[in-house]
Design a protein around this ligand. Sequence first.
Ligand code: ADP
Ligand code: ZN
Length: 707
Amino acid sequence: MIVPTSNTQQPTDYLKRYYGYDRFRPMQEAIIQSILSGRDTVVLMPTGGGKSVCFQIPALMLPGLTVVVSPLIALMKDQVGALHMNGIQAAFYNSTQTSKEQRGIETDCISGKLKLLYVSPEKLLTESFFQFLSLVNLSLFAIDEAHCISSWGHDFRPEYTQLHVLKEQFPTVPTIALTATADKLTRQDIATRLGMNDPAIFVDSFNRKNLSLQVLPGQNRIQQIIRLLQQKPDTSGIIYCLSRKSTESLAAKLQEKGFSAAFYHAKMDPEDRSKTQEAFLRDDVRIMCATIAFGMGIDKSNVRWVIHYNMPKNIESFYQEIGRAGRDGAAAQTVLFYSFADVATYKDMLAENNPANLGLQLAKLERMQQYADAHTCRRQILLSYFSEELPDPCGNCDVCRDPRVTFDGTVLAQKALSAIIRTGERVPMNLLIDILRGSRSQQVLQGGYDQIKTYGAGRDIRFEDWRSYIHQLINIGVIEIAYEQHYALRRGILADQVLYKGRKIDLVRPDDAPKPVVEKSRAKTETQRDDLFERLRVLRKQLADEQNVPAYVIFTDTTLEDMARQRPTTPDALRNVSGVGERKQQLFGKRFLEEIVGYVRGRVEAGQKPKGSTQLITLDLYNNGLTVEEIAAERQLTTGSVAGHLVQLAKSGYDIDLISLIDPFERREIEKAIAAVGMEEGRLKPVFDYLEGRYDYGKLTLVAGLL
Ligand code: ADP
Ligand code: ZN
């Protein structure tokens, strides 16, 4: 493992060394400083925001042990595995281990060998564990998924409410609580229930810029999904469905079309479930058709897209589910299929169950629907729901990319309302449209609706267009659906204002509403990936299988993208790639460099000259035993250039014996000349002149390189 560092090192040094990143994200450093100063700290940061380093770097810097409390036992093994890959001494502690294993871990904690110990709240709160903790030099408690403490939240864990005993037993050990949950009640609960002492609270923006947002009409979903997926071969993603049955049938249809798909829901037996989940984590299955049971505990960072086959029942769930995409920060796509029928299904379900907070749930459903129906920037709507303001439209949602054109639809709204009132608020949508269009259908005639004043008042508008307008009017609150009265339309909260108070209504022409997927999606949402990226991805998968870990534990997609962009051909250059820390360099550097060098060589042979290739050709010839002069002749370059390549290659870690390339006597004479005239900014011309041209630039370059 990596040798311990001295205390003069800064947090950024640890970030580079263990994680391979150059810079902290906004807030991370302040959070780390808060912990290091001994203050209790609460961190609210979206999924993928980078919470882990906020407690892991203090854990590395502080002298003792950091105890991490996490409810996700299934995840601990992977989390600890990922820490090992970064060269960090960590372990987890749970009931699957033998007592011998547990004793071993305890010894390593007491001796100070381990920096981080992951434990579930159940285990933590036992008497024996507390006894053990009292023997350890404790630096920090980190409470992960801290929203589980709040009974307001969706993942309430009763054991979490007992965690305040940590503060009572170990009052001097600081605590950091972390969560990706944004809602305000939960925030307040966390600090109080943990018994924190004047905590510093950090709330990061919940804007996940790398997630594109898109809503599509719910017709022909399967065909649309197939078209979408054909545009993203070999990427991992989740399709959320409302029912278990649809997860199974959708997976079957996708398999038929040759996609690597599986399904996941709560009614599967536990063994199948964990197998399926594992296959997804390991990239053995690419597409997961799942109910919302799939997610909590999916730490996979390279989920490139999330599709909602059905609309979720509120914005919290939606945000959490799309949040599983793009945790690595690389671009990811989210698509929501929206159909009115889904809303009706939810309303029926709610009416049937009649929960105590029915009104609240209906209101939340309505907000979700407004999001789906919006003709303004979707991200602004999403963030405003979490009380965060986004001043400018985002540019990465379908509305921003394809702005809708609105027209004054007040008269249309008035016609529809007037027909609703004159039919006694008793008719459902299709019948109302028939009346407006002056249809002579049996239903219209039987009801005597051809006698009312607004009969035929909207005959110039197509049936389908009327449907779109009425949907829009429902979503803005001009019209309402009486679910309890066979879906009859009635006046909404804005109806009177439209009818009597001159309120104007903007509508969008159906032609401008979102269209089903037909063409290729725009390049903007796609990440930059070339054939080198593909080769690196294949290598990563191979290494992951060898090591028996998920692929993203080796390197994230963002790291592979950066690697494919920079194309490092030397160990030093590889260290500049974001996400290549010391340990991973040791473990995997050689294999990745070989792959890149092989790729660059292939391109050279194909007659191209990719970046870094000229040095590699020189290296090949050098390895074949040619001298500087011979290489220069072969390549029709000056000896100065060739010597320059070799000096560069040696500096960046290649095994090149510069000393053997020059005669010791000549070397001394050139060194003296350099000492006499100097070489300002590396310029060798004065040295060349001083020596009256007796030595060529190749030799001068070599000696200068050796200095
Ligand atoms: P969270 O726990 O908040 O969901 P993670 O801690 O898993 O997020 O971090 C998400 C991703 O961002 C990981 O791939 C992580 O390595 C990466 N990351 C974290 N901090 C940085 C940083 N300062 N620079 C670049 N990448 C980072
Ligand atoms: Zn937008």
